[in-house]
Design a protein around this ligand. Structure first.
Ligand code: ADP
Ligand code: ASP
Ligand code: MG
Length: 415
């Protein structure tokens, strides 16, 4: 029998009514003859609430204990959903990540899946159960409970789909699919029917949180077909598939697939850094030793033997990097560093830009027409990103979206 993996996000299981609606959908799939494995997120804002509670108690909670706490959110959702499915006369059993055989490395809060041992899940399916797995969590190679980073239930779902050879991995969320921009920021954004793994990966990494970027990486590596759709309707959503599959159906890649916004980073600037070989290596080795992920890097031209060097990092890693920076500026002989948290990154993504010159120029012009200053620029083969003031970011996204002809009709206001 074909296996379908379905993942339901926090809004989709936010209260008892929503959980009952999800149970109805699961039972329908089961009645249509599918084996169903469900991956579930914590209800509503549970994860944020638990994080705040921990921070109220200690500003820097022990990562191991924080993971133990946060995984409780998914555990509540999975058991309530199993109760709801059982109440419909359809057998269901829920499993924690650890019980489901999800083995991760030991990096608390950001663990990577290293292996899936789906024996228990297969046996439960064979026994006729709908299997419900807690998202976002696993068991480390040291036998500790870990979490997979914010949005990690998407990755649990794709990894389970890959391990079980599922026909499809359906990601049910609170929007109708992947749009040309966050529909909450750009009301005229359009839903995309199909998008390649590469483009989706760039969009996700650039801040389109509809899918965790690791889940897209995992899907690309294992060839899992992902269908992102709304848990509130039965409409088809967005298929995330390989480029070859697009070619098969005769689709041509769009010039631009979308615009993304990331407001989770901060910019660090080291001022008047001595301009000599080895300085950049010293700085970034020290930052990497703290396991802080550096995104963009910009070094200015040298004046009188010194230069300013800026880079961006996740804002919540600023406290961790600051102690390193204190030490580094002394070591390399720079007078000071500054941290700017009022930045945002706006990115334009599209496979077609590889063969179309002038895309970057058009993007910069769209920003300049709005009087928006660009502070940093970085590119990949299919992405251009600009750092701007946080307060300008949403206006920047809308201007770029319009400039590249992505606007559709605005949905009519409800009510
Ligand atoms: P879930 O709880 O279901 O995992 P998330 O909040 O993680 O949902 O992701 C869905 C949200 O992602 C949407 O509500 C939307 O605001 C946001 N989003 C950002 N960029 C996009 C995009 N390009 N297309 C669709 N949604 C997007
Ligand atoms: N509950 C976790 C989070 O809020 C994981 C997820 O929803 O995917 O990040
Ligand atoms: Mg999510």
């Amino acid at each position: 029998m074909s296996i379908i993996v379905q993942k339901y996000g926090g809004t989709s299981v936010a209260d008892a009514d929503r959980i009952r609606a999800v149970a109805d959908r699961i039972v329908r799939y089961r009645e249509n003859g599918h084996d169903v494995v469900v991956v579930v997120s914590a209800m509503g804002d549970t994860t944020d609430d638990l994080l705040m509670l921990a921070q109220e108690i200690s500003p820097v909670p022990e990562p191991r204990e924080l993971d133990m706490l946060l995984t409780a959110g998914e555990r509540i959702a999975m058991s309530l959903l199993a109760i709801a499915v059982n109440a419909r006369g359809c057998r269901a059993a829920s499993y924690t990540g650890s019980q489901a055989g999800i083995i991760t490395d030991t990096r608390h809060g950001q663990a990577k899946i290293v292996e899936i041992r789906p024996k228990r899940i297969r046996e439960s399916l064979e026994a006729g159960n709908v299997v419900i797995v807690a998202g976002f969590q696993g068991l480390s190679t040291n036998y500790d409970i870990t979490t997979l980073g914010r949005g990690g239930s998407d990755t649990t779902a794709v990894a389970m789909a890959a391990a079980l050879g599922a026909e499809v991995c359906e990601i049910y969320t609170d929007v109708d699919g992947v749009f040309t921009a966050d529909p909450r920021v750009v009301r005229t954004a359009r839903r995309i029917d199909r998008i390649s793994y590469e483009e989706m990966l760039e969009l996700a990494a650039a801040g389109a949180k509809v899918l965790q970027s690791r889940s897209v990486e995992y899907a690309r590596r294992t060839g899992v077909r992902v269908h992102v759709r709304s848990s509130f309707t039965d409409e088809p959503g967005t298929w995330v598939v390989g480029e070859e599959q697009d070619v098969e159906v005769g689709m041509e890649a769009a010039l631009i697939s979308g615009v993304a916004l990331d407001d989770t980073e901060a910019k660090v600037t080291l001022e008047q850094v001595p301009d000599r070989p080895g300085v950049a290596a010293t700085i970034f080795k020290a930052v990497a030793a703290e396991a802080v992920n550096v995104d963009m890097i910009v070094q200015n031209v040298s004046h009188q033997g010194t230069t300013d060097l800026s880079f961006t990092i996740p804002r919540d890693e600023v406290p961790r990097v600051e102690s390193v920076l204190e030490r580094i500026v002394k070591e390399i002989g720079a007078p000071r560093y500054t941290v700017d948290e009022q930045i945002a990154k706006v990115s334009l993504v599209g496979a077609g830009m590889k063969s179309h010159p002038g895309v970057a120029a058009d993007m910069f012009e769209a920003l300049s027409e709005q009087g928006i200053n660009i502070e940093m620029i970085s590119t990949s083969a299919i992405r251009i990103s600009c750092v701007v003031r946080a307060g300008d970011a949403e206006r920047a996204v809308r201007a770029i979206h319009t400039r590249f002809g992505l606007d559709g009709e605005a949905p009519r206001a409800e009510g």
